[in-house]
Ligand binder design. Sequence first.
Ligand code: GLU
Ligand code: MG
Length: 446
Amino acid sequence: MTTTQSPAERAAQARAAEVQLAADGIDGVVFGWVDNAGLTRVKSVPLARLRHAAEHGVGAVPCFDVSLVDDSLTTTASSTGPTGDLRLVPDLDRLTPLAAQPGWAWAPADRYAQDGTPHPGCQRGFARRAAEAVERRGLSVRAGIEIEWVVADAAGDPATSAPGYGMTRFIEHSDYLREVLRALTAQGLTVLQLHPEYSAGQFEVSVAAEGPVEAADTTMLVRHTVRAVSARHGLRVSYAPVFSEGAIGNGGHLHLSLWRQGGNLGNGGRGRHGLHPEAEHFFAGALAELPALLALGAPAVASYLRLVPSHFAGAYRCWGLENREAALRLITGTAAGQANAEFKCFDAAANPYLAVGGVLAAGLAGLDAGMELPPETRGDPAALGNAERLPASLPEATDAFEKSALLRQALGPELYEAVLAVRRAEAELFAGHTDADVIEAVRWRY
Ligand code: GLU
Ligand code: MG
């Protein structure tokens, strides 16, 4: 992985890759990273510059640490406005020719300072540090993020209003879905399921679980690919938390399992539903921190138009076996090794590196403190009357984040301050707007 490689080793890796890429007809490589507002940003180089880019990185303006969903900029004590430079360094372990963009390959990028040290505001670096902290305890995590999106026609209207999960919708978009499937598979991804989702024009794909940083990389690649395939079919894609007022939105559910020596700690234990103590502590830690974690997993003003009761979004801070209205849905699976916890409250506006890194940090704190899960919630928490609502607005989630010593420490001061500033500025940006205005403003941004 890039951080453990020297610039010379990265250049050697690029040199070896260039030969294959040239044989594959690749002309250029696009580097992707996700900013604190949840927008994927890119830069590209011609193939002949890949070696140089791998060794030295390409220039990247630091102001994207404080960029908002509308591309305006806020500030922090350490932000430098238009001055300064970072280096965007591709991780060539994930170098992937893009099936729906012939001639292009893709790689996720880490951000470094000009002196070659990791940039403290790098979200991918944060996720990697969190994963390493898990590994230092002799544990490992496997993760996967479900990806939901709305497909629209050139006019911006949902490209199908056939029923959710409906056969009609599947047939209407048969060639499109086949190309999505083929492109993802050709890129080495293991697709588990692809189906029409509930809302008008909505589809969903899920891919196999992998390491936490790899799962976040995969999320970026899947989204890039779905958008590229859609463009080839004259379709537009929205990953915004909500596409239409009142409708069920685009989730970004994070599935996570904890392992020790090849054994899934969500199966075969003596705890509730077979949980081993470590898994219970870990999930309890994440559940306890969930209000603050929403600032990472539900990062937008629009996120809270999605995160409402009875919308399958998990608006209550509770857990339950196969409970789709609980923020934490426990899944035991039908085969050993499948058990996992699903964070349903997260949406498709989230930076996946921040979301997964934050959950790992909170899980480890739960592990260290030996935390236990509260009583299980069975049935719709909205009907029970005593379940705790998660924050119902971005300012509320940001207040919880501001009080979280745990996340402040895990993210490090520079990244923490940048996220905080972006959340406050986006809340300010949309203060006084109607729900419809907010949805309209961000529908095509993510
Ligand atoms: N689209 C729903 C959401 O906003 C989730 C539906 C489901 O997969 O359960 O999270
Ligand atoms: Mg779904």
